[in-house]
Design a protein around this ligand. Structure first.
Ligand code: CP3
Length: 322
């Protein structure tokens, strides 16, 4: 069974922390093709994962649209807000490709340097999730600001989402052109969307990106990750047209149902990886027992946590027979 981990490059690795300290800021890493390539390769060298995920962040898109972005140490992202009509109308998708050229350059280098048997995964954030940071200006526990906007002024949110669909499709196409073999759309906050609004804020915008990408790349392999709504994996897959769906730990692989024809990915709880021990072995065994043969990619149900011991990652790989 192929295996990679979301956030497999990052602070749980000493070699990442060393380079991060030298780089200065997190964004300096993202926008330096040389350093971003190195960070992407670190977990491949150490663990031999089957896929490398481009090292970048979902918030480079709003940055490219013209919003100031910074990552304060230990505080997460701070993004200039686009929460009024006037501010939204100032955003421009026209500079996306030129602004993100260093990231695209990283993809090109990686596609040359990676061993043939390691897949290169590009990514972007889904419009709803990226918009949630644009409206709030930072991470929040439950994305209340975008939820409030979605009821108060849904047309304004439509406008933000239209711009993000255009920018994200351009960005994913540039990654595929540069050699990405697959792309993942991260909808980390899909789970806070109210019942009845899933089509408008999650499925619709994601489908528009998938359709736009497939005009130029009809065979593009696209993974969607609608975190927090794994029980809707079936309607998400058929509604968006993605090839694979990333599942969090709340839904069993056995619950997917016969009509689910996409590939599944996931869904080990990052906290069981942190905890280790027998619970970790049991978690891996459960996935091995429930996954449909040839139709599952082993992964976590969300990104690896900073405090995760490297030995626990190795324990998983041993259990998988690697
Ligand atoms: O998976 C990978 O290894 C690729 C790299 C990657 C990062 N962010 C690196 C990162 C990817 C795919 C992301 C996606 C991302 N970024 C998401 C969606 C997936 C998810 O994890 O929910 C979101 C919501 C963001 C926005 C973001 N970036 C937040 C909220 C934070 C702060 C939280 C944190 O862990 O610090 C970041 C920072 C960030 N992105 C770091 C890394 C390695 C840590 C920065 C550092 O080194 O200080």
């Amino acid at each position: 069974m192929p295996v990679w981990f979301m956030r497999q490059a990052g602070r749980y690795l000493p070699e990442y922390r060393a380079l991060r300290a030298k780089a200065g800021g997190f964004l300096d890493l993202c926008y330096s093709p040389e350093m971003a390539t190195e960070v992407t390769l670190q977990p491949i060298r150490r663990f031999g994962f089957d896929a490398a995920i481009l090292f970048s962040d979902i918030l480079v898109i709003p940055h490219a649209l013209g919003l100031d972005l910074s990552f304060a140490e230990g505080e997460g992202p701070l993004l200039e807000k686009a929460d009024t009509r006037e501010r939204v109308e100032r955003l421009s998708a026209s500079r996306v490709e030129s602004f993100l050229q260093p990231v695209i350059e990283t993809v090109s280098i990686l596609s040359r340097e990676l061993p043939r048997d390691v897949a290169l995964i590009g990514f972007c954030g889904a419009p709803w999730t990226v918009a949630s940071y644009m409206v709030a200006g930072r991470g929040t526990p439950d994305q209340a600001p975008i939820r409030e906007m979605s009821y108060r002024d849904p047309e304004l949110l439509d406008r933000i989402i239209d711009i993000l669909v255009e920018a994200s499709a351009k960005y994913l196409k540039a990654q595929l052109r540069a050699g990405a073999e697959c792309v993942q759309i991260f909808d980390t906050w899909a789970g806070v969307v109210a019942d009845g609004w899933f089509e408008r804020w999650v499925i619709g915008p994601t489908k528009r990106i998938v359709d736009a990408v497939r005009i130029d790349f009809p065979d593009a392999i696209i993974i969607g990750f609608p975190k927090g709504c794994s029980e809707k994996a079936g309607i998400y897959a058929s509604g968006t047209g993605v090839n694979a769906v990333g599942l969090d730990w709340t839904a069993g692989l056995g619950d997917l149902g016969d009509e689910f024809s996409a590939v599944s990915q996931g869904n080990l709880d990052p906290l069981v990886l942190l905890a280790g021990g027998k619970a970790l072995d049991d978690g891996v065994d459960r996935i091995l027992g429930e996954a449909r043969p040839g139709r599952h990619v082993f992964n976590l149900g969300h990104g690896i946590l900073q405090q995760t011991p490297i030995a626990h990652v190795e324990q998983v790989l041993r259990r998988l027979g690697r």
